[in-house]
Design a protein around this ligand. Structure first.
Ligand code: ZN
Length: 402
């Protein structure tokens, strides 16, 4: 890692002092593509994760990221909307935002709206109009009563197509996919011009929890930018926003930021040096614990294989792909279960494991499932119970739930 020759410039602050602390080669470049054969899944292009930490602003990014390798199209199946727990949480978030910002009869813009679930909810609850940007949007899948009030643009949001209107801008689980995060936030700020009454809402994974839990399964190729509270807040302040609210939610998994356009004449504060030192300590802890945790998982899986236990992973999204490919898992795991019916019959990127429905466990049961997201523990256990599969042991990938 130290052999890397050229000094790395931080895309968060433009300064140097970036230190690579985690490296995995051969990870699939697209975790959520619908892959219809084991061969296609196994032959998917791979790239390298080489996460670098910036000692100036605390921003973490994949220094080996190549944006030309990733694909965002309707072939991507990323929605979590089939989980009742997730849908309930997302619905509550939409209601909270509508109440807090009095979003009624207004225009809402969503950058990276995916299949449109959240924008639909905001428009349904508040009688709002919407504009959603996402190349992966699939019109046939949208059955929302609000869909006629929403214009879906199946493109990336850019300086050229950014609307000049809009009362509220939402951008959930998108900024972490953007390599030049600071340029992007500045572009959003520029689209607002002199308007001060617009609120922007951003949601990203919380890197603090990932570092804390040494959650290597939360590090994957599509996510090239990683934030904790301090680095996210600093980025928005440097980009001309006033941060109004910043909280962690969903078991510490998501950071949610609300900001309003600030004055361009006020010099924004840099990220506080103490906070950057604190992130540096978290990074050092991860660097020490992650390899040990990875070894321990490889050992457990190898042991279960020797004992003849049938093991499934629960959750075919990016976490599941990262877990299997970072560990190099093959026949120690039989299959991957997913509650999203559109995923069944497809194969896991990189490892090629088949994706099955929960019900398929009735005729083809396993001894253990490894749950990729502990937020769904109750949901998965009650679903197994309903199918009479109480004897399947559910092992959470991490024990910590906050
Ligand atoms: Zn930086």
């Amino acid at each position: 890692m130290r052999g890397d020759s050229a000094p790395i410039t931080c895309p968060g602050c433009g300064l140097g002092g970036v230190d690579v602390f985690y490296r995995v080669a051969g990870v699939p470049v697209n975790s959520t593509l619908q892959l219809s054969s084991r061969r296609e899944a196994r032959e998917l292009a791979t790239g390298t994760l080489a996460l670098g930490f910036c000692h100036s602003c605390g921003f973490i990014h994949n220094t080996a990221f190549d944006p030309t390798l990733t694909e965002y199209s309707s072939r991507c199946e990323e929605t979590q909307g089939f989980s009742p727990v997730f849908s309930r949480w997302q619905g509550e978030l939409a209601r909270r935002l509508v109440e807090r910002h009095d979003l009624r009869g207004r225009e809402i813009i969503e950058i990276g709206c995916g299949k449109g679930d959240f924008l639909n909810a905001l428009c349904e609850i508040g009688g709002n109009r919407g504009i959603g940007f996402d190349p992966a949007y699939v019109p046939e899948r949208n059955t929302s009563p609000a869909r006629d009030r929403i214009k879906f643009i199946r493109e990336f949001y850019t300086a050229e197509n950014a609307p000049e209107s809009g009362d509220f801008i939402v951008c959930k689980m998108t900024l972490e996919h953007i390599p030049r995060a600071a340029d992007f936030v500045r572009m959003v700020r520029a689209s607002l011009g002199d308007r001060r009454d617009v609120v922007v809402f951003f949601q990203v994974p919380d890197m603090r929890r990932i570092l804390d839990e040494a959650a290597f399964w939360d590090l994957y190729y599509e996510h090239c930018s990683y934030f904790d509270k301090a680095s996210l807040c600093g980025l928005f302040q440097r980009s001309g926003f006033e941060v109004q609210d910043l909280e962690s939610d969903y078991g510490g998994q998501y950071l949610m930021l609300e900001a309003t356009p600030g004055s361009a004449h006020v010099k924004a504060p840099a990220t506080h040096a103490d906070e950057v030192r604190r992130i540096a300590a978290d990074v050092a802890g991860f660097r020490e614990r992650a390899p040990r945790l990875m070894d321990s998982w490889r050992g457990r899986l190898a042991g279960w294989k020797v004992e003849g236990r049938a093991v499934a992973v629960w959750g075919s999204g990016s976490k599941g792909v990262a877990f299997l490919t970072s560990l190099g898992i093959g026949d120690e795991v039989r299959c991957v279960v997913d509650i999203n019916p559109h995923r069944a019959g497809h194969f896991m990127a990189g490892s090629g494991h088949p994706i099955v429905t929960p019900r398929s466990l009735i005729r083809d049961p396993v001894d253990k499932v490894i749950l990729m997201n502990p937020v769904y523990l109750d949901e998965v256990q009650s679903l197994l119970g309903e199918m009479g599969l109480n004897n399947i042991e559910v092992v959470s990938v991490t024990r910590r739930i906050r």
